[in-house]
Design a protein around this ligand. Structure first.
Ligand code: EPZ
Length: 442
């Protein structure tokens, strides 16, 4: 398995470009299954999850052309398979986004139940209950979800009230409802920017989605959807991660091709902690932190509040801030795995259930670390950038899922970081990962 070797202590300085949002690209790629026409997506991030999603679409029978690295032209005219198998779903739970489109367009879908993952059990019960509200018959069979539209083969619009805000649950139902007969109303819908980006694509394809970005969405089903061309929004979590990188190394970064409006809560919190963030233009931030950072509490919540996907990165930063920071994780039940790794570097963090308390500033020293999930990996990279000495991070395939060439982007602004490709275990890693990261040339 690939590793990162980081020698800390360098202030980052320079310009970094933000890639497209993984968590918008994944549902938008799935949306192509709703149509027999070609859906062209631009600004896709070159990350492992996108490659996995492409494999899923091709396994279903869609054709995917890649005229350039970050553009996919997806044509799902001849779908022959109506299922997402376990070996794919277990490597990427976002494969469950195939459920809504397959059920809506073909009246049937079989998707392996995604197991839990490092950050929590992450059930999809709310997706399934909502499909039943649209008339689907849903049953579980040997670890698979088997879903069928009512006789006649078409879902029927209805009222859905999500007991919890669920991002992919909202996305699955937006796609299912877009071809249902009649009107569907989603209450307590997720409001993330990725939801609005999917709605924009669906409406370009001929859907009638209203209210995206608010907690009440109305979708009027249509007979069929057509072709569309769409550019994926910038990745707000990658943007937040690079803001944290500039701050934790006391450097200065110009972060371009981003969308500051999509991470207002993150920018507010970082400014409150003493990070200097200027908007040079609507898609460029200039970030620096000359003075001492001050500890500030944070509580993760659904959008537009502080995102759970920035919690681990924020914790790394708070190890360098003056005072006590209380971090509450309200979205996932087990998203503090990075804390124990940060402690091994010298951080003073105590975890009690959904709350972690960080006492700073503490000097960090480099250490051998193991990444546990995508955002925890980013947190360990940030800590390695500020730690004295050498940090080796193992299992960086986690970070390759959601960050495009992060070590190249960091090296380009002065970080001493390199990827150690472990050719010895790569065949094993390949079986575990599905494909070696070296094959992605990441
Ligand atoms: C999406 O996951 C993101 N992934 C996650 O990003 C992100 O952390 C999460 O939303 C929250 O913002 C993608 O968009 C591909 P949820 P999702 O359904 O949709 C519970 C990353 O780092 N729940 O909003 O799976 C669930 O257990 C990833 O890029 C149910 O109980 O998250 C969790 O506690 C990590 N039943 C909460 O709701 C359900 O049916 C929010 O989950 C669905 C969810």
């Amino acid at each position: 398995m690939d590793k990162f070797r980081i020698t800390g202590g360098r202030a980052l300085k320079g310009r970094v470009s933000i890639s497209g949002a993984k968590n918008s690209a994944l549902p938008c790629m799935a949306a192509a299954v709703l149509s027999a026409e070609t859906v062209t997506l631009h600004n896709l991030p070159y990350v492992k999850d996108i490659i996995t999603q492409r494999r899923l679409l091709e396994d279903l029978g869609a054709t995917v052309l890649t005229p350039e690295l970050r553009t996919h032209k997806i044509t799902a005219r001849h779908i022959e398979l109506f299922e997402a198998p376990y070996e794919l779903v277990r490597t990427m739970r976002a494969s469950v986004l195939a459920l809504g489109p397959l059920l809506a367009r073909f009246g049937k879908a079989k998707v392996s139940l995604p197991g839990g993952c490092a950050i929590g059990t992450r059930p999809i019960d709310l997706h399934l209950k909502a499909f039943e509200k649209l008339g689907a018959e849903v049953r579980l069979e040997s670890g698979n979800v088997i879903a069928r539209a009512p006789k006649g083969g078409r879902l029927i619009g209805g009222e859905i009230n999500f007991e919890k805000v669920t991002v992919t649950g909202t996305e699955n139902l937006m796609m299912a409802a877009s071809l249902a007969r009649g009107i569907t109303v989603l209450h307590n819908a997720a409001c993330e920017p990725e939801i609005s980006d999917l709605a924009e694509l669906l409406n370009k394809m001929g859907a009638r989605v209203r209210g995206a970005g608010t907690s009440r969405m109305e979708i009027e089903g249509v007979e069929a959807l057509g072709s569309a061309e769409h550019t994926i929004i910038p990745d707000r979590i990658e943007t937040g991660t690079f803001i944290a990188a500039a701050a934790i190394t006391k450097g200065e970064l110009e972060i371009k091709d981003c969308e500051p409006l999509h991470l207002a809560a993150v920018i507010d919190k970082f400014r409150d902690a003493g990070v200097v963030i200027q908007e040079l233009n609507p898609s460029t931030l200039l970030v620096s932190s000359r003075s001492e950072l001050s500890a500030r509490d944070v509580r993760t919540e659904p959008y537009p509040q502080f995102p759970t996907d920035m919690q681990a990165q924020y914790m790394a930063l708070m190890t360098q801030a003056e005072g006590l920071a209380v971090i509450e994780e309200t979205v996932f039940e087990n998203r503090f795995m990075h804390a124990s790794e940060l402690q091994r570097m010298g951080a003073n963090i105590s975890v009690d259930g959904h709350t972690a308390v960080v006492q700073g500033p503490t000097p960090l020293t480099g250490a051998p670390l193991i990444a546990s999930d995508l955002r925890a990996s980013a947190s360990l990279v940030l800590a390695g950038l500020v730690a004295s000495g050498e940090t080796i991070i193992d299992r960086v395939y986690h970070i390759d899922r959601g960050y495009e060439k992060i070590e190249a982007k960091l090296r380009a602004v002065g970080a001493d970081i390199e990827r150690l490709r472990d050719s010895v275990t790569a065949p094993l890693a390949q079986s575990e990962q599905g494909t070696r990261s070296s094959e992605y040339n990441l």
